[in-house]
Design a protein around this ligand. Structure first.
Ligand code: SAM
Length: 279
């Protein structure tokens, strides 16, 4: 047996310990990404073997947060892929405008940059007060950062560029302020945000949604889990509601039972509730 094959066994045992002890199910995550994440953490945890994670996890509850941090990738930015946000201004805002009240679900929102982007977008469309933004993630530490709305000040230029490229109609200074080494978002933007842990691998529908944004999360899942999550989104969306995925993620529009049609396939924006002929 090669070292890699032994490591695969160890990873399976770690995932089983995580599931049996804490109920987190990572078994359907893409194996290559999992392996990379786990092996990268060995030296920082001062372990030689992956299986050394198991006793630490089983007997020191506090290690759970560390392992979740290791297994999940939290990279995000304000108005990530700005042209997608341009498209949302053009296609999703008019759809939301038709509702007196609407719900937006940002699933896998990481540290919240995307949630503030959505809040700004809704503000500029004049419909922020009609909406509630449910921001969820499996990673509690990420959600705490998102809820605080503080980011390193050296990200200003990146945030500013993306805001402008996304078709921002004002100045970023109108929404966030420099505060020493930090930049902080206006508390007004937080008014209609609801943060909560939610695990896409195991949890169910929690409200009726007009719009779901789940970007750069499905790429870490295997095909079976991706289908489960798309089914969950389909069950959550109203007819005509929108689903936005990451630029390297896609929907199998021909899959039996799927009721989505593309608004922009290139930008991974879909509309729910439309059965394809013959399905
Ligand atoms: C790369 S970030 C994407 C952040 C943001 N959506 C974006 O595109 O900038 C992936 C996020 O998915 C979250 N995640 C991973 N597995 C999840 C699961 N089973 N349920 C909910 N969130 C999950 C991670 O914790 C992480 O915050």
């Amino acid at each position: 047996m090669t070292d890699e094959e032994v490591q695969d066994i160890e990873i399976q045992l770690v995932l089983e310990a995580l599931r049996l002890r804490f109920g987190y199910d990572f078994r359907n995550y893409a194996p290559a990404s999992l392996r990379r994440r786990v092996t990268q953490c060995l030296s920082s945890c001062e372990f030689t073997y992956i299986s050394e994670i198991i006793p630490r996890l089983l007997h020191q509850g506090a290690f759970l947060d560390r392992l979740i941090q290791v297994l999940t990738i939290s990279v995000s930015t304000l108005f990530r892929d700005p042209e997608v946000f341009r498209l949302l201004r053009e296609h999703s805002v008019p759809m939301l405008r038709t509702y007196p009240y609407f719900n937006v679900w940002m699933a896998g929102c990481a540290t919240g940059e995307e949630v503030y982007s959505m809040a700004i977008l809704l503000k500029e469309a004049g419909i922020y007060d009609r909406g509630r933004i449910f921001a969820t993630d499996i990673n509690r530490e990420n959600l705490d950062i998102a809820e605080r709305g503080y980011y390193k000040a050296d990200r200003w230029q990146e945030f500013e560029n993306n805001y402008r490229l996304s078709g921002g109609q004002s100045k970023l200074e109108d929404y966030c302020h420099m505060d020493g080494d930090w930049l902080s978002f206006d508390p007004e933007l937080k008014k209609n945000m609801v943060y909560s842990t939610h695990n896409l691998a195991t949890d169910g529908v929690f409200a009726e949604m007009q719009f779901i944004v789940c970007r750069n999360v499905l790429i870490y899942f295997d095909g079976g889990l991706q289908h489960r999550v798309i089914d969950l989104f389909q069950d959550s969306l109203v007819r005509g509601g929108h689903l936005c995925l990451g630029m390297s993620e896609n929907l199998d529009l021909g899959r039996p039972g799927h009721e989505f049609q593309a608004v922009s396939e290139k930008h991974r924006l879909f509309m729910a509730g439309y059965k394809r002929a013959g399905s």
